[in-house]
Design a protein around this ligand. Structure first.
Ligand code: SAM
Length: 342
């Protein structure tokens, strides 16, 4: 079948087969795909771009992910933890600068017990109408339930790859089934859920990417992060190649035309490979961007992949810079919390 006709069919029906997605990923029909994704983004999400403040509060991790620079085997990395009071201090600064969503992310660090995270959530909720997104990995059902009752709104836990055998080989400490179980529990508990995957993991094929996109649909995600894999020198995958930016943009665009409403960020890994692709992502379906707001002394240490050193700016300066950039794109800065559009 002609690729344009497949794209039109997906736009009209919100259904796709693995083969149809592979056809698009394989084709050179990029301009048409990107244009359709941009129109769908405008129709379902409008022109607003949502800004999320992210605090990477600990780089301690009990996991052994083969691609991740903060995996527990990396003994050369200096490990840090932010105290709850320091986390709350930086949430306050971000809220004052205009952020309405705080993403709290870390390695899987059990030092932050159920009770510690509860106290952080409750303290943040006292500051104002702030949406809390947790991105702290796998925990048990009762723990997720408690945090939801405490007021956590959203949870990001990417499925990373839909290929179960590949997932299990890259994550010897856990399993694909556990990851999916967490996502299903979180959905059941009423969180807005975010999944996502990497483009370019060794062993991945276009079929895997098609399965990744279909899994996002099956999970009925409210948000999805799709970014290129970037090799880190202190990991088992240090000699692998960096994922393709073009393929990342195509996966983002297909996700937009198939799922329609999810919040789709332009990921930091895409920016790291080529800053120009940040703009491209906003024209191929993306409607969200995250900015780091924690102290610079920690940022270099949260090195999941090599990240070029950056010029230090205040939270307000960075916020102003990104707001100006959004306006330059002809888009609007959202002043809402940016909850799920479903
Ligand atoms: N521990 C939490 C979890 O597992 O969901 C959140 C932190 S984890 C470091 C955040 C995300 O970083 C992962 O979901 C993965 O997609 C991404 N990541 C890690 N290493 C990466 C790499 N080398 N290249 C691109 N993305 C990477």
């Amino acid at each position: 079948m002609d690729t344009k006709k497949i794209i039109d069919k997906i736009v009209a029906t919100s259904n796709a087969s693995v083969e149809e997605i592979v056809n698009i990923l394989h084709s050179h029909c990029d301009d048409y795909l990107f244009d359709q994704a941009d129109q769908i983004r405008k129709k379902y999400c409008g022109d607003e771009i949502h800004l999320r403040a992210i605090i990477e509060f600990s780089n301690h991790c009990r996991c052994d992910c083969s691609y991740c620079g903060i995996n527990k085997q990396n003994t050369t990395l200096y490990r840090y933890r932010m105290e709850p009071a320091e986390i709350i201090e930086y949430v306050k600064k971000a809220y004052t600068a205009g952020y309405k969503t705080i993403v709290l992310q870390s390695g899987e660090d059990m030092w932050y017990t159920k009770e510690k995270i509860t106290s952080i959530i409750k303290a943040i909720k006292k500051l104002g109408d702030i949406a809390i997104t947790l991105s702290i990995g796998e925990r048990d059902y009762d723990t997720y339930k408690q945090w939801r009752l405490d007021g956590a709104d959203r949870f990001l836990i990417k499925h990373e790859t839909a290929d179960e055998a590949l997932y299990n080989s890259l994550h010897p400490h856990s399993s694909f089934k556990n990851r999916i179980k967490s996502l299903k529990w979180l959905k059941e508990l009423g969180y807005q859920i975010g999944s996502g995957f990497m483009i370019g993991l060794p062993g991945q094929t276009l079929y895997t990417i098609a399965e990744d996109i279909l899994l996002l649909k099956e999970l009925d995600v409210d948000m999805a992060g799709i970014g290129p894999f970037i090799p880190h020198p202190k990991t088992k995958l240090k000699s692998s190649s960096t994922g393709s930016s073009l393929l990342t943009l195509k996966a983002l665009a297909i996700t937009r035309i198939l799922l329609k409403t999810p919040h789709l960020p332009t990921t930091t890994s895409l920016e790291v490979i080529n800053i120009k692709d940040r703009k491209n992502a906003f024209y191929t379906g993306a409607n969200v961007i995250m900015r780091k707001v924690h102290p610079y002394k920690y940022r270099k240490l949260y090195e999941i992949y090599p990240n070029p050193s950056i010029q230090e700016k205040s939270i307000e300066e960075e916020r102003k810079e990104i707001e100006d950039y959004i306006k330059m794109l002809g888009r609007k800065v959202s002043i809402s919390r940016g909850d799920s559009l479903k």
